[in-house]
Design a protein. Structure first.
Length: 132
């Protein structure tokens, strides 16, 4: 796709390291938690499913942080996230309070996805698997 991601990919990519820049496209609804789009060279991410998975791992201590005194500014942004249920869509979704950032959480979410993709804990569905 275009824009800043394309500029980053061109700046950092060489013939041996095509995947040094990863693009994620967050969608509200998808059958798959993570899907690879080879045409646009990006991951399509079910935002709700992956947010829920990360939040559960934080709650159960599988993801740990430095002491609150060292990371309060960053971790405070996690507390800005709200969870709601949509009767129309019949599903839970995550949002954040207006004017209160959630960038810290999404930074961790992107890191979490790349780490899990790299270690094989999260495997994207490819185009050949979409109808299975």
């Amino acid at each position: 796709s275009g824009g800043q991601n394309s500029r980053l990919r061109r700046a950092f990519m060489n013939s041996r390291a095509r995947d040094i820049v990863a693009e994620f496209h967050l969608v509200g609804s998808s059958r798959y938690p993570l899907r690879w789009d080879p045409v646009n060279y990006k991951y399509i991410v079910n935002r709700t499913q992956l947010m829920k998975k990360l939040i559960e791992e934080v709650k159960t201590g599988q993801v740990r942080y430095p002491a609150w005194s060292e990371s309060a500014t960053y971790l405070q942004e996690f507390l800005n996230i709200t969870v709601e249920y949509s009767e129309a869509r019949r599903e839970t979704y995550y949002d954040h309070e207006t004017g209160r950032p959630d960038d810290g959480f999404f930074s961790l979410l992107f890191l979490y996805m790349m780490a899990h993709i790299h270690t094989g804990k999260l495997r994207p569905v490819g185009p050949d698997q979409l109808n299975n």
